[in-house]
Design a protein around this ligand. Structure first.
Ligand SMILES: Cc1ncc(COP(=O)(O)O)c(C=O)c1O
Length: 387
């Protein structure tokens, strides 16, 4: 991943030069996808490992969703048209929007991919933060588009004013991951309102709210309710995180009907299977699944991050079911040392090369993580920790 990163204060001329350089940037290899899955495990199976690498939810689906998955056996021989319509209706009701404003994806990854297919290309760039979730940059290259990468602020958040400035003519799509993966930081509602007022109407704004449910910061909100005023706004959500169904594959987009049209052309027919569509409807009807998973994952996160902080390690305050901790040196040997202990942690993000991303598991898993972390990463000197 060697696309050019813009300096925070880039002039318009430098911006043009950067784009020129980026056209020649190296192709992002799907290697990052290997990093997402933890790659090949050496000498042990996934069942024997602690998996805290992909921001999954170890508690799994709602019991109602499990029952619905089992029940979907009865309709497995039919194409899932009715179930598709029911899932769309449940999602539309949840967000108080018309059904025509909802599009389903095979995971939100499919939505991210079709946004690239629809809105970027050789003459329409992508603007993203650096670092952020890589799928949108990856699929933009499949669409032969170059990416303008805007560094995060000093407190590891999207630099929305700089990203708005980067949306000059010729930018087809800007991607904002809120909370951001890998830093688990947020941008506030006020910052978004300002950002949306500055981005040209010809640039589509893709806001990825995969980790929306975990946020506790009162200045944060979804931007779904800004869609009526912004035809260029697309919001994505997923059933992979708080709903515990990463293996089932369902996500969705909400946007104005006309905005979804070019995206729908790129979607696979019948991209949701009977089991996951039934499970989604059942999950949305379960009033307990979101608050229960939010509480237990956030409690575990708060406990483990406060232990790390007490020991002098630097942790970025997290608003999601994962966090980043500074290892003080290149993180790659740390990742490998965890692997030897059968603990699979997050991949390296090259622009934050000393930082380890850790997903929140069950308390007993995080106890093992903490013990291993203390063995692998020497605690910072007291004076450095106080700085
Ligand atoms: C920010 C973000 N968006 C989207 C995804 C993809 O999720 P899905 O399982 O819905 O394809 C991930 C997965 O980790 C993610 O971190």
């Amino acid at each position: 991943m060697s696309a050019k990163v813009l300096e925070p204060k880039t002039t318009r001329r430098q911006f043009g030069q950067s784009i020129g350089t980026m056209l020649a940037a190296a192709y992002i290899s799907p290697k990052f996808l290997q990093g997402v899955t933890g790659g090949r495990l050496k000498g042990f199976s996934r069942a024997d490992a602690i998996l805290i690498n992909s921001n999954e939810n170890p508690y799994g689906p709602s019991p109602h969703a499990v029952a619905a998955i089992t029940g979907s056996e009865a309709v497995a021989c039919r194409y899932p048209d009715d179930l598709y319509a029911r899932a769309v209706k449940s999602i539309a009701d949840l967000h108080h929007v018309d059904e025509e404003k909802v599009a389903l994806g095979c995971g939100s990854t499919e939505i991210l991919r079709v946004c690239d297919a629809a809105f970027v290309g050789a003459d329409k760039q992508l603007v993203v933060a650096e670092p952020t979730f890589e799928a949108v940059s990856y699929y933009a290259q499949v669409s032969r588009a170059s990416a303008v990468k805007v560094p995060l602020t000093s407190d590891f958040r999207h630099d929305l004013p700089a990203m708005a400035n980067a949306c000059a003519t010729g930018v087809g799509l800007v991607y904002i991951c809120n909370p951001n993966n890998p830093t688990a930081t947020i941008n506030t509602r006020g910052e978004f309102a300002d950002f949306l007022s500055k981005v040209p109407a010809s640039t589509y704004v893709l806001v990825d709210e995969a980790y929306y449910h975990f946020v506790e910061d009162p200045h944060y909100s979804s931007v779904v309710d800004m869609i009526p005023d912004h035809p260029n706004l697309i919001v994505t959500r997923t059933f992979s995180k708080v709903y515990g169904m990463a293996g089932m594959r369902l996500g969705y987009a909400i946007a104005q009907k006309e905005t979804l049209e070019p995206m729908r052309r790129e979607l696979l027919f019948d991209n949701g299977n009977a089991a996951v569509l039934s499970a989604a409807v059942a999950s949305l009807a379960d009033p307990d699944i979101v608050p229960t998973n939010k509480r237990r994952l956030n409690d575990t996160r708060n406990w483990v991050t406060s232990e790390l902080t007490k020991s002098g390690y630097r942790v970025i305050p997290s608003q999601a079911n994962f966090f980043m901790v500074d290892t003080g040196n290149d993180v790659q040997p740390v990742i490998e040392a965890f692997h030897q202990r059968k603990i699979i942690v997050g991949r390296k993000f090259p622009s934050m090369g000393n930082w380890l991303r850790v997903s929140v598991g069950k308390p007993e898993e995080m106890q093992k993580f903490l013990a291993a972390f203390r063995q692998i990463v020497p605690a910072p000197q007291k004076s450095a920790a106080a700085a």
